[in-house]
Design a binder for this molecule. Structure first.
Ligand SMILES: C[S@@+](CC[C@H](N)C(=O)[O-])C[C@H]1O[C@@H](n2cnc3c(N)ncnc32)[C@H](O)[C@@H]1O
Length: 293
């Protein structure tokens, strides 16, 4: 094991920051350049306090311990991931789903006898997969036989617990139209609850969650998906990791399936077998009539 430097709770010395960055990049794909050091220190200080440790040196002993590392990687990941998300974030994607993507998929036979499968691959606290659930439910009002399911995955155990709970504050639900709030949210009886709105059970039943690290070699998912949302996570990855992740996501699409990435994550410069259908929305291959996957 490399020599452990002496430091205090207040700062991480450069050599230790480099070791930490290498570990986080290897396990989560997330790049931690020097400019992120103040953020990392602030977040890890909270972890040190939870553990009752007085210095980063003590923390490195735990984090780089051959036996204890696996367990500590979970709270480390929870501490270092950026989980910002919103209902209806980047709304152009949802308009495209409604106007173009869902009609095309349904016309090809998807969502008729088997559910149309949608995957939100960096689901954070659930706003994105539940928005997808709402958009698909709304679209299904006009096509009575339409059926769908949404899978939300993330690397962070903490955000997944919140997503499964499906409770949100008044501020969090603000982007949702009033009619959707009435249709898809229940209000807690105790008005003073910090997150007084809960996703209605019918929608929660269609949106499932699981842990998945986009760095895994094989995503080992039981199905291929007609629509994959992987938004606002690849900005934290380096170019090679981005290309690897996009390739693995594409392998999990049905022919003619759609991949959506964040608006600041254009795939234009990657050499990929994907056709651009709108800014940051791509299609892989072509749909076949009578498709059922
Ligand atoms: C900024 S949020 C984006 C949430 C949502 N997709 C959106 O656009 O609003 C990024 C999410 O990616 C997750 N994440 C980071 N690295 C990951 C990895 N290697 N595998 C899976 N999820 C990861 C984080 O835990 C976080 O919840």
């Amino acid at each position: 094991m490399a020599a452990i430097s002496t430091d205090t709770l207040t700062s991480i010395v450069p050599a230790d920051f480099a070791r930490l960055s290498a570990l986080v990049q290897d396990r989560c794909g997330i790049q931690l350049p020097e400019t992120k050091r103040p953020m990392v220190e602030a977040r890890l200080r909270k972890r040190l306090l939870q553990l009752g440790l007085n210095s980063f040196s003590d923390y490195w002993r735990l984090l780089f311990h051959p036996v204890h590392q696996a367990a500590e990687l979970i709270p480390l990941t929870d501490a270092l991931t950026t989980n910002k998300t919103d209902f209806l974030r980047e709304p152009a994607h949802f308009a495209l789903l409604e106007k173009t993507v869902l009609p095309a998929l349904y016309a090809a036979g998807l969502g008729r006898r088997k559910p149309l499968r949608v995957w939100s691959a960096a689901a954070s606290t659930g706003e994105e997969p539940y928005t997808l659930g709402m958009v698909l439910s709304e679209w299904g009002r006009t096509e009575r036989s339409f059926d769908f399911s949404v899978l939300g995955t993330d690397i962070s155990t903490q955000v997944l617990a919140q997503a499964r709970q499906g409770t949100y504050s008044e501020a969090a639900i603000a982007p949702l139209p009033e009619a959707w709030r009435r249709a898809y949210l229940l209000r807690a009886r105790t008005a003073s609850a910090p997150a007084p709105f809960r996703i209605a059970p019918e929608l929660r039943a269609r949106v499932r969650f699981g842990q998945l690290n986009l760095m895994d070699d094989d995503y080992a998912l039981p199905h291929r998906y007609a629509i994959i949302f992987c938004r606002n996570v690849m900005i934290y990855f380096n170019r090679k990791t981005q290309a690897d992740v996009i390739r693995k996501l594409t392998h999990n699409l049905i022919p003619g399936g759609y991949l959506f990435v964040g608006h600041s994550e254009s795939l234009q410069s990657h050499d990929l077998p994907l056709v651009t259908v709108a800014p940051s929305a791509y299609q892989w291959g072509s749909l076949q009539a009578g498709e059922e996957v």
